[in-house]
Write a protein that binds this ligand. Structure first.
Ligand code: ADP
Ligand code: MG
Length: 266
């Protein structure tokens, strides 16, 4: 439960959203505390990406989205872009840009029109590229990188913004396990420094390492609670129709699908 004094980084109140004529989100209410990492999970097509896009102000909705207590549409665009950094699912574009310049895009909300990057812009980009192990890629074109390399450059762009709220849709896509561990360390460092991280994750075991889970099913919030709470685990199992189980392994929680016994030829 939220403490009365806890600062809310972003909240949604009675939010519904449609794509075309199809209603996708139904009356979503949520409050995400500042300085925490919340993982959004749920079955394919549940509306996770749609919800994140609404929170980022990229998709219009009914109801209200409040960033730091102020309606999203009341924020001047540049100011809002400094507060909220966004990584979309399977982003494309900018294929001809060098990785360095992609990361520098994260600095746009801080830079005066047509001004050369400042020393701080350079430092933020360098630090972001190092944090995502993308420093050695800085002179390569985005279009010629592998899926995982590309994802690390896009993550660097998000970090370079130095925003207090990071919204990331499937940030672990294409990352191998060591780079997933780097991402975790980066998120922990960000949250430790006071940032709020909201990430859609389909890797449930990774999601269970977050502070809180927001479980979405059929366009509604099924549950929102701490990752270590058995009530959250039960809701997670229910969201996947009992086809997964949550197990404690070496001090952490692991979510595994039930696999039917395989018959071996021998
Ligand atoms: P998730 O991220 O949880 O997998 P999405 O938010 O991407 O789910 O999608 C929620 C629902 O909206 C799905 O049923 C999906 O098919 C539908 N949807 C998403 N994008 C579009 C679109 N551009 N046009 C029509 N339907 C869409
Ligand atoms: Mg999605």
């Amino acid at each position: 439960m939220l403490h009365a004094m806890q600062k809310i980084a972003i909240g949604a109140h009675g939010v519904s959203a449609s794509i075309g004529n199809t209603p996708i989100l139904h009356d979503v209410d949520l409050q995400l505390s500042a300085g925490r990492w919340c993982a959004i999970v749920g079955p394919n097509g549940a509306g996770k990406s749609t919800l994140l896009r609404v929170l980022a102000g990229l998709l219009p909705s009914d109801g209200q989205v409040l960033l730091q207590g102020r309606a999203l549409h009341d924020w001047p665009a540049r100011e809002r872009a400094r507060q909220l950094a966004w990584l979309g699912q399977a982003e494309t574009g900018g294929e001809d840009l060098l990785a360095w310049d992609v990361a520098m895009l994260g600095r746009l909300p801080h830079r005066a029109w047509l001004a050369a990057p400042s020393e701080h812009d350079h430092a933020a980009v360098a630090q972001a590229l190092r944090a995502t192990q993308a420093w050695d890629l800085r002179a390569r074109r985005l279009g010629e990188l592998s899926g995982g390399e590309r994802q690390r450059v896009l993550l660097a762009r998000v970090l370079a913004t130095e925003a207090p709220l990071l919204l990331m849709d499937e940030p672990l896509a294409h990352l191998d396990p060591p780079h997933q561990a780097d991402w975790l360390a980066t998120v922990r460092a960000q949250v430790g420094a006071g940032a709020t991280v909201v990430s859609v994750l389909h890797e449930l075991t990774m999601a269970l390492l977050a502070d809180d889970l927001l479980i979405v099913k059929a366009g509604r919030v099924l549950h929102h609670g701490p990752c270590h709470d058995p009530v959250t685990h039960r809701a997670l199992v229910a969201a996947f129709d009992g086809r997964i189980a949550v197990h404690p392994v070496q001090g952490q929680w692991i979510a595994l699908p039930h696999v039917q016994e395989l018959t071996h030829a021998d």
